[in-house]
Design a protein around this ligand. Structure first.
Ligand SMILES: [Fe+2]
Length: 299
């Protein structure tokens, strides 16, 4: 059965492109890619675009782009969705060009954004390899594992789980039921991976949050790059949603900073890759085994 290969890109609607560029390039260490009057592509590797910022008032996620290994895989998957009566439409050449992919289909997510199913990402010319003056290590952890992960907030938790598992066909990695982190509340989260095995490409939880997207993750290959990014965020006076810490399930060492759009960005290192042949789905009782505490604003 054809499956999603990886989360290849994300699209955000942002109200302040200039602030976003400063944040993405000057704090996170991403590389600017293609620029149009109302958009900016951001690079993390040899792909021409891993994050697309489009000017708009939403300040939230607009689309998650899922890569397929072959054209046939993409078509078989779209056929399966259609057979399940999921409304899936082909994107036109303008959409494919904006996403810098060969062929693209679109369907809706129950939490207010779209999934873009594509084949054939454009690679940047060899003459312009990925470079970041801010990163000390070998760069971002991408390749077959995709750009990172997203955590959309579930409007209806049961319905969202059904959609991600049974409609998109994502594989459950594990779950967390945490009744300690938020006073007086229990947080339920479920984590999903694709066949390439990044511990999760998508997770969801039912929690009060003003945005559709709780956070997006970018992962670096060198642990020091997490600490150095943390220092840059603090120095710039950015709001830290959660300080340095470690998750028990994906074993990510990370922190969370507020993006110029108000949702979070997790900057991490060390997340595990799942081998389905030996994987057991577990339930954890805490979101973090240490750290990830809210930080007071910088002076
Ligand atoms: Fe995360």
């Amino acid at each position: 059965m054809s499956e999603l290969s990886s989360l290849g890109y994300v699209v955000f609607k942002v109200s302040d492109l200039v602030r976003w560029e400063d944040f993405a390039v000057g704090i996170l260490g991403l590389m600017p890619g293609r620029r149009t009057p109302g958009s900016l592509g951001l690079r993390m590797d040899e792909h021409a675009q891993r994050i697309l910022l489009e000017e708009g008032h939403d300040d939230d996620i607009a689309a998650a782009g899922w890569q397929f290994d072959t054209h046939d895989d993409l078509l078989a998957y779209v056929e399966r969705l259609s057979a399940r009566r999921v409304a899936v439409r082909e994107g036109d050449s303008a959409l494919a060009a904006s996403r810098q992919v060969e062929r693209i289909f679109v369907c809706d997510d129950p939490n207010g954004f779209t999934h873009e199913l594509y084949f054939g990402p454009t690679h940047a010319p060899i003459s312009t390899p990925f470079r970041s003056p801010l990163l000390k290590g070998a760069g971002f952890e991408t390749g077959r594992l995709g750009m990172g992960h997203i955590l959309p907030v579930a409007r209806d938790y049961a319905q969202s789980l059904d959609f991600y598992r049974n409609v998109l066909g994502l594989r459950v990695s594990d779950t967390i039921r945490d009744s300690h982190s938020v006073p007086g509340a229990t947080v339920d989260a479920t984590f999903f991976h694709t066949r390439t095995g990044r511990h999760h490409s998508l997770a969801t939880m039912a929690a009060p949050f003003p945005k559709r997207l709780h956070h997006v993750l970018v992962q670096v290959q060198d642990m020091d790059d997490v600490g150095m990014a943390y220092d840059r965020c603090v120095k710039a006076g950015l709001r830290i949603h959660a300080g340095l810490g470690h998750h028990p399930n994906d074993r990510m060492f990370s922190f969370y900073v507020e993006t110029p759009s108000g949702f979070g960005l997790e900057y991490g290192h060390g997340g595990i890759v799942i081998d389905d042949a030996a994987w057991e789905v577990k339930n954890y009782s805490q979101l973090s085994d240490w750290g990830h505490r809210p930080q007071p604003p910088a002076r």
